[in-house]
Write a new protein. Sequence first.
Length: 183
Amino acid sequence: MRKWKSGPIFGITILRGQLMPTPKAAQGCDLSLRHTLATLAYRGGKALRGAPEGFSAFRAGEGSRQAGEILAHIGDLLDWVLSQAQGAEKWRNAKPQSWSQDTERFFTALKAFDDYLASGAELHAPPEKLFQGAIADALTHVGQIAMMRRIAGAPVLAENYSVAHIEAGRTGPDQAKPVMEFP
């Protein structure tokens, strides 16, 4: 099985199976998985904090998932991506717990994956695959929870996330204060 190291390979792009020089504008534009996880922690924390009592059971519409089911699924995704990175891929469908327990699980799973990445241990899957699967899916679901908060009458303030103080390694519930929020 091929193993991948985390980190960029500058100057080379694979295009249609051929190694090609990377255009100068794209060189050095590697987005680390660790920064992506920190972004997920920041945005997720904002959507999860201050949810009203009973929000875990809220549904946006008949036949849709409850907010708590979505949050539990995010935890499943984060456990899964760590198992992929470690080379022992495993999926499990956890039953939703209380909102606070699943919020804790969210941050615990983010930290576990970030710690693995920070350790320099070998990745057993390409970083691009880890991102395009579980991490991108988790970002989508955080957006769903934020939208559901608005529908439930408990909106999360909008924010200019491009100026937020997000940094690799900050994956716990203690996130930086927002820089530029608006209604």
